[in-house]
Design a protein around this ligand. Sequence first.
Ligand SMILES: *[C@@H]1O[C@H](CO)[C@@H](O)[C@H](O)[C@H]1NC(C)=O
Ligand SMILES: *[C@@H]1O[C@H](CO)[C@@H](O)[C@H](O)[C@H]1NC(C)=O
Ligand SMILES: *[C@@H]1O[C@H](CO)[C@@H](O)[C@H](O)[C@H]1NC(C)=O
Ligand SMILES: *[C@@H]1O[C@H](CO)[C@@H](O)[C@H](O)[C@H]1NC(C)=O
Length: 373
Amino acid sequence: MMRTPCLLLLLLPPVLCVSETSLEPCEVDDDDFRCFCNFTDPQPDWSSAFQCMIAVEVEIHGGGRSLEQFLKGADADPKQYADMVKALRLRRLTVASAQVPAVLVTAFLRALGYSRLKELTLQDLEVTGTPPPPPLEATGPALSTLTLRNVSWATGSAWLAELQRWLKPGLKVLNIAQAHSLAFSCAQLRTFPALTTLDLSDNPGLGEHGLTSALCPQKFPALQALVLRNAGMDTPNGVCAAMAVAGVQPRHLDLSHNSLRATAPGAPACVWPSALDSLNLSFSGLGQVPKGLPARLSVLDLRCNKLNREPRLEELPKVSNLTLDGNPFLDPEAPKYQENPTTSGVVPSCARSSLAVGMSGTLAVLQRVGGFA
Ligand SMILES: *[C@@H]1O[C@H](CO)[C@@H](O)[C@H](O)[C@H]1NC(C)=O
Ligand SMILES: *[C@@H]1O[C@H](CO)[C@@H](O)[C@H](O)[C@H]1NC(C)=O
Ligand SMILES: *[C@@H]1O[C@H](CO)[C@@H](O)[C@H](O)[C@H]1NC(C)=O
Ligand SMILES: *[C@@H]1O[C@H](CO)[C@@H](O)[C@H](O)[C@H]1NC(C)=O
């Protein structure tokens, strides 16, 4: 009989979490630094997670099960265990592989509000139901990094705005991969005043159109790095246009691992953010340097593309740090044609990585078929 929210890092006294099974789902390393739990057993011993209370990094896998059984504990007043949570060394937490009611997620964040947690990762979660009304003042943790990978929310496009209300401002890095919805309701979203890195990599169905809805205008005033690896981007100019609409001014833009095309002839020119000084176009299948890149950059990475000749000076922006490794013109020995279309014309040292992109390309197709929002 498990009724208490033991999984919420066992925020209640140990005695409430008794269980008969003996298999140990959790393990702490010798330095008491990292604790890893895997609750795949049909009758897991949740109390095993108590070992994690001394750890700095904790990773909990729920074996894909529903955590509805912990709902009973979700309305407990977090003040009753505040001192215990304050004493935790916990800085990095990963919760993975479970079905979680939204009410439990918010109870969990409220409890973590007393902790010194800095980095939270949610992975392979299905968040069900609607969350309670947001608090007047953020009562959750003061995170610096929030990472979400393959998390679905019953509330659809409102999810980020709802989640945001619980987090104390100060979030610096937001990573959202394999998202089910990135078409945020911008009117509900508040500003992320301290967010310097927005990473939307591994959303192969996003595309430039999706990017325009994800980048809510004026919500990311401190943005310095926009990372769009393997995010279904088509052309650098299309990304430039989306950034212009959103008014973001990053210094670093990563478009690696997209199947980029040269800008279509006649496409309107775009004014790049004036601050932009580092652009990553590696692993993008480029046969030539795209036109319309920023005139001046400090760093330009064109590694592992399909450039068959050395780019002429006038084709490149003024750039002090240029990488061209892994392009066919530098490696005349590289086979120009191979059986596998995803690796043809690719220098062997770059092939493994582009193959990976080929496979996520398949994922993109599947997601599009599946109605990526
Ligand atoms: C958890 O345990 C199951 C069964 O032993 C295993 O298949 C799974 O890969 C484990 N998960 C992780 C993240 O280690
Ligand atoms: C995404 O998460 C769901 C659980 O919510 C899981 O069933 C599915 O296998 C995950 N997908 C991937 C690609 O890991
Ligand atoms: C560009 O992206 C590739 C692959 O994502 C990475 O390995 C490389 O370090 C990046 N280059 C720069 C200059 O950041
Ligand atoms: C070029 O840029 C990369 C990525 O920013 C950096 O690691 C490297 O040291 C730079 N090289 C030079 C010569 O400045």
